[in-house]
Design a protein. Structure first.
Length: 203
C-alpha cells in the first residue's frame, strides 16, 4: 500500500487524486510543511511525498509521473517511446514552472515570506497568470486533455492549478480553458480524493 504524506488540502491532493484515478490503495500520513515528521520523508521539509515500499519520492509532478508510468496499463502516462516521454515532461515543466508560478508567487507574499519581505504582487501575478492562461489555451488547441483525447497525470497537475486559481480568485478569461478545467475538475476520482483528505483532516 502506498503512503501519501502531507497536509490535506495542499499539493497532497495531486497525489491522492492520482492514486484515486489509478484505483490503488493508499493511506494518508497527515503532517505539516517543515515538521519533524515531514523531514523524515524529505530533508527540506517540503510536501508532499510518496512512500512506495522502501522508496520515497518527493515533488508532486514527479510523483504523478512515477505513478502513471509504474501503472502504465491504466493509461494515465505518456505515449510509448522517447517522444511520448518528452512530450509529457514538457507539459509537466509548463504546469509547474509557468502555469503555477503566479499562484505560488502570490501565496508566498501573502502567507509564507517573512513580513519584511512581503510585497503587494496582486496586479503582477494577475497579469502573469492571464498570460499563462493564454499560453494554455494555445497549447491545448482542440485537444480535450493535455496529451490528446485521454486524461493523464499532466491533467492532474494542471487541474489542481486550476482549482487553486479559482479558489484564489484568479480570473480565467478563456472559455476553452474554463471548459477544460470544468472537465478535469469534475472527475469522480478528485471527489473521492477530497473526501479521503477531509476524513484524514478530521482524524
Amino acid at each position: 500500500m502506498y503512503q501519501a504524506v502531507g497536509s490535506p488540502g495542499s499539493r497532497l491532493t495531486r497525489v491522492t487524486w492520482m492514486l484515486e484515478e489509478l484505483g490503488e490503495p493508499y493511506e494518508i500520513v497527515k503532517t505539516k510543511q517543515h515538521s519533524q515528521t515531514m523531514r523524515r520523508y524529505n530533508p527540506t521539509g517540503k510536501m508532499p511525498a510518496l512512500v512506495d515500499g522502501d522508496f520515497v519520492l518527493t515533488d508532486s509532478a514527479a510523483i504523478c509521473s512515477y505513478l502513471a508510468k509504474k501503472h502504465a496499463d491504466k493509461g494515465f502516462g505518456p505515449q510509448p517511446g522517447l517522444r511520448g516521454e518528452a512530450e509529457m515532461e514538457a507539459w509537466m515543466q509548463f504546469a509547474q514552472s509557468e502555469f503555477e508560478a503566479p499562484l505560488w508567487n502570490k501565496l508566498r507574499h501573502r502567507f509564507i515570506l517573512p513580513e519584511p519581505c512581503r510585497a503587494d504582487v496582486g496586479a503582477a501575478t494577475a497579469h502573469d497568470f492571464a498570460s499563462e492562461v493564454t499560453a494554455l489555451e494555445a497549447k491545448l488547441g482542440d485537444r480535450l486533455y493535455a496529451l490528446g483525447d485521454r486524461f493523464t497525470a499532466v491533467d492532474v497537475i494542471l487541474g489542481h492549478c486550476g482549482q487553486w486559481a479559482r479558489g484564489s480568485k484568479f480570473a480565467i478569461e478563456s472559455e476553452a480553458v474554463n471548459a477544460y478545467m470544468d472537465r478535469v475538475l469534475s472527475r469522480p476520482a478528485l471527489a473521492r480524493a477530497r473526501e479521503r483528505e477531509k476524513e484524514a483532516a478530521a482524524a
